[in-house]
Design a protein around this ligand. Structure first.
Ligand code: 4AD
Ligand code: MG
Length: 463
């Protein structure tokens, strides 16, 4: 093992986390992969990345100090090496330090066919090599931010009194009722009654129904895990396997629900702005065409999210003068083009869309006093569209039962869910944030396939 990560050296040299062992001239050992290696017959320079931080470290090696100079000079991009040398602090140079090598050991050779050479590769090309793309700047930035966002979400919920629940991945219900489940079976004949669980089983589309009983015990809970949807949508926004964070809160109405959504997003965005500066700068300069990523995030972190009702949105869209592919009528489920218009042209930022017609939303949402709409909320954001779907849940047994009957749902397997309305049921609310959509919003990456380590989409299961 190396005795230092490149990130530790950066932090020490910049005075962020001072380390007495890392003064000018200190002996250091680092290990990483060569990004570039150039040399003449006297001196060579390796740009080394060890994954601990976005920046590379410059390694200088000299022919009269290194016995194996000629061999090192030949090392190609992608080789793994161990560098032993002295730290040279360079306050006036572009990089704050470099390592003057006394010894360089080849740990893993890299074939000349290595696809990641020093040039820009298209995201489409990189999708074909998901096992190598984490070594590129774009994916290093995206997956570092994915990690920060995940940890930051846990931190937000922990700080705010939520208990973390692990809801099951294998389940017997289709929470959203959209018929988009992947069946889990050990049989080939579809005889589910004689199958492993003695009934039809599927991968979860949402942990919500399993989280609600815990909210009615712990008050505030959340689940955070993979969800699966056999939705045949080949779009830049849909994946068949994606991660969802789903809080559920007892004694909470839709207004309280929206306040948590907004506070959660701001907490995480501020965390990313503070802790992923290099990554955001790279994405802003090289990935986001409009170069306004950081400005956008700062603005969102300091703004109040707008709220408009579905009915108001229908009026705005109808009077917009815009020619939509799908004409707008009250009662319809909005298409992406409408969602985008609402957040990009009408609200010009994140906007809560509330009170949808009951027919287009899931059975569990609370019926409003008008008898026509439900206390649901979608948070729409520019560039992505729907980022969060949430609602207040119907807490009245009879209203919920009637709704399930109207929708032709089979109640027997959800008896336990109805029970919650019988035994100390209270108003409660929750929501689901799609992690990948949030990551797209924060990084400005425009295709969901590029924010998942190994994207699963229709006709695509390469690795
Ligand atoms: O709006 P959805 O379907 O809501 C639910 O599943 C609720 N049970 C959540 C809850 O109240 N606990 O999904 C929630 C979010 C969407 O807003 C979107 O961000 C994301 O999950 N999402 C997807 N992300 C990627 N690929 C897909 N196919 C997605 N479907 C939904
Ligand atoms: Mg939704």
């Amino acid at each position: 093992m190396a005795d230092y990560l490149i990130d530790e050296i950066y932090k020490s040299v910049k005075g962020l986390v001072p380390n007495d062992g890392l003064c000018d001239g200190a002996p250091v050992t680092v290990e990483g992969w060569i990004r570039t290696n150039r040399s003449n017959n006297k001196i060579g320079f390796i740009s080394l990345n060890d994954g601990s931080c976005f920046s590379c470290c410059q390694v200088v090696y000299e022919a009269d100090k290194l016995g194996n100079y000629a061999d090192i000079a030949k090392l190609l991009t992608g080789c793994a090496v161990k560098i032993t040398g002295r730290l040279v602090i360079t306050p006036d140079a572009k990089q704050p330090f470099e390592i003057n090598a006394t010894e360089i050991e080849l740990l893993g050779d890299c074939d000349a066919s290595y696809p990641l050479q020093k040039k820009r590769h298209s995201l489409e090309f990189l999708r074909e090599i998901p096992h190598l793309r984490p070594r590129t700047n774009t994916f290093m930035a995206v997956f570092k931010i994915r990690s920060i966002i995940s940890q930051s979400l846990h931190e937000f919920f922990r700080q705010n009194g939520f208990t973390y629940i692990h809801t099951p991945i294998i389940t017997g219900n289709d929470a959203e009722g959209a018929g988009e489940t992947f069946t889990v079976t050990t049989r080939t004949d579809g005889d589910y009654n004689n199958d492993f669980f003695g009934k039809h089983a599927c991968l979860t589309v949402s942990g919500q129904l399993h989280a609600e009983p815990f909210a009615l015990a712990f008050g505030k809970v959340y689940t955070f895990g993979p969800t699966f949807r056999a939705e045949n949508s080949n779009t830049p926004y849909h994946a068949s396997e994606f991660w969802m964070i789903e809080p559920e809160m007892a004694f909470c109405d839709l207004k309280g629900d929206m306040a948590v959504m907004e506070a959660m997003l701001k907490h995480v965005i501020n965390d990313v702005l503070e802790n992923a500066k290099d990554e955001l700068k790279f994405l802003n300069d090289f990935v986001v065409e409009t170069h306004d990523l950081i400005e956008k995030l700062e603005r969102v972190a300091n703004s109040d999210f707008k709220v408009i009702t579905y009915t108001e949105a229908v009026d705005y869209l109808k009077n917009s003068g815009e020619k939509f592919e799908y004409p707008v009528e009250w009662g319809m489920d909005f298409y992406k083009e409408h969602e985008m218009y609402i957040c990009e042209k009408i609200a010009k930022g994140p906007v809560f869309l509330i009170d949808f017609p009951k027919e287009i939303k899931a059975f569990y949402m609370k019926l409003n006093a008008d008898g026509k709409t439900v206390a649901a909320c979608d948070l729409l954001v520019p560039g992505v569209g729907e980022l969060i779907g949430g609602s207040q849940r119907e807490e009245h047994y009879d209203v919920l039962e009637k709704k399930m009957d109207e929708m032709g749902m089979e109640k027997e397997s959800l008896e336990w869910y109805l029970d919650l309305r019988k035994y100390g049921g209270v108003p409660h609310s929750g929501f689901g944030l799609g992690l990948e959509r949030f990551l797209m919003y924060v990084t400005g990456v425009s295709n969901i396939r590029d924010v998942l380590p190994y994207a699963r989409t229709p006709k695509n299961l390469k690795f």
